[in-house]
Design a protein around this ligand. Sequence first.
Ligand code: PLP
Length: 444
Amino acid sequence: DRNDKPTTAESGYYFLQSPTVETARPHSNLQIPAKTQNDQPIDILKIRKDFPILSQKVNGKQLVYLDNGASSQKPQQVIDAIANYYKEINANVHRGVHTLSQLATDAFEAARAKIQQHINAKESYEVILTSGTTHSINIVANGFSNMLKVGDEILISALEHHSNIVPWQMLCERTGATLKVIPMNLDGELLMAEFDSLLNPNTKIVAVNHVSNALGTINPIRYIIAEAHKGGAAVLIDGAQSVAHIKPDMQELDCDFYTFSAHKICGPTGTGVLFGKEEWLNKLLPFQGGGEMIKEVTFEKTTYADLPYKFEAGTPNIAGVVGFGAAIDYLNEVGMDAIAQQEEEILKYATAELLKIPELKIWGTAQEKVSVISFNVGNLHPYDIGTILDNSGIAVRTGHHCAQPIMNFCKIPGTVRASFSFYNTIEEVDLLVKAILKAQKMLS
Ligand code: PLP
């Protein structure tokens, strides 16, 4: 076990290039800033060569991967970082004096420092390494177990993923607090006047996503954070769907918690982040007990380690975290401004082309949205469309997208969701449109 805080070691194992510092894209604002020095247009063909899976055939057809909202593909740089970790320095972290253990610890902590820099967290120990967004939100919800009572309120939104609903329901069951919901409209936007009136002195926690996974809406989180803070509520932002498109700045946003998963941003599965402000993390109960998270253990009493280790019980996903660091490097090399610009173009083109398909309805027409398009075609079942698209090598998501309340609100069983990444092309949009027309013909 280790009791001290991580250093912001520069000595990371895989960090061959220092990350380019990007100009953050303004949140909740799809205006793309004029070109910055790091804002070179993307060379898509070159970028696609970094992703071995994209040259695969599926069902005899060239893969068209449009399920990036569920999980992104991984560039060779990330795959190599993970393989090299296992080939060259694999050992447990924070425990040994031997060389490999120290190299592994350096690589692990250097990845934490990279994440800290990427999200502009004030301290590296405010970056808790978790298994993903779901784990991160559960850490926070569990951590409040002894801070809430009957009469207290937790405010979430109608646009949440089940991961940002169920942990709060469980917290309400444990404490007697009440769950309240900011309603939405049929464009997929939150009703902010309702938010204003739902906020009250009993509101202790506000938990909303930055971007809706089902509809792509970018929520006005700056306003939500500022208003919630006026009454002293803690604010958690679920960034699972935003980080692939928007570089979040913790100090500027001023949220209390921000959560995301590496696998949505070209990193591996099984690792993610809970950012928390130091003062809040110190107040939360630890989620899991075990090795790494203690200062001292006797049979009578255990004292907990300092941040971030208090929330990192057990052997972490070390290779995954190293891969996470490599993914952050990769995104910064491509450039978040350039990514935003590419995705904005593909969103515009895909929206216009899809709307030419007779009877196709797009769900999620918010003013501010990312490159996610949820749709239905007449009365055709999303699964049937998804299956026919798969036969054409096109991967989309179908169903409720872990957001059943949104589907209930829209009175639909589910949608087909095409979620685009910076490595998708206009030609792939054309293939999607062609395959939907084919599905429509086959199913009608
Ligand atoms: N929140 C949102 C908005 C999501 O889109 C997802 C996953 O799709 C999650 C939370 C859960 O993320 P994970 O499954 O990586 O824990």
